[in-house]
Design a binder for this molecule. Structure first.
Ligand code: MN3
Length: 194
């Protein structure tokens, strides 16, 4: 069985003007798709799930190519669901109460999440994760991701340049601010909180 590119949860123009159709044509249609193609080329016929492939190859230098492509397939699918049209703003439901409990305030969460995204040197990801029952903001480099590090991902934001360069050029902080104000999908965060 070959891995397939999962469908986007919205149309390619649905996040505009914050993230353009042009960006999604490249980021989803080219980059995400290429990770799927590369993974299939590396693995051939495969019976394991994507998560199993990631766990089996994490930390193994000899299998870095497989891990990087598998994790990037997983990370991007999780990222598309971490956003929605007309998203952003204040959280609702259980995640709102949990953020207040674990960060002290929503403003403190925003401060930490913005800092994680802005200070990830080079390519990587900013995350909201559940670690031993407590919400935390983390960042990972390149393809690294929470599922292979023993924590539960709640939300992610791609901070590779390909995520924002067509719309924001070098203004990564503006992209991060827009992600929080207009894109983040708190419904998805509530689903992942369980
Ligand atoms: Mn990306």
């Amino acid at each position: 069985m070959a891995f397939e590119l999962p469908a986007l949860p919205y149309s390619r123009d649905a996040l505009a003007p914050h993230i353009s159709e042009n960006t999604l044509n490249f980021h989803y249609g080219k980059h995400h798709n290429a990770y799927v193609t590369n993974l299939n080329n590396l693995l051939g016929d495969e019976t394991r799930s994507l998560e199993e492939v990631m766990k089996d190859t994490a930390g193994d230098a000899a299998k870095a190519g497989i891990f990087n492509n598998a994790a990037q397939v997983w990370n991007h699918t999780f990222y598309w669901h971490s956003m929605k049209p007309n998203g952003g703003g204040l959280p609702t439901g259980a995640i709102a109460a949990k953020i207040d409990e674990d960060f002290g305030s929503f403003a403190k969460f925003v401060e930490e999440f913005k800092a994680a995204g802005a200070t990830q040197f080079g390519s990587g990801w900013a995350w909201l994760v559940l670690d031993n029952g407590k919400l935390k903001v983390t960042k990972t480099a390149n393809a690294a991701c929470p599922p292979t590090e023993g924590v539960t991902p709640i939300l992610t934001m791609d901070v590779w340049e390909h995520a924002y360069y067509l719309d924001y050029q070098n203004a990564r902080p503006k992209y991060i601010e827009t992600f929080l104000e207009s894109l983040v999908n708190w419904d998805f965060a509530n689903e992942n909180l369980g």
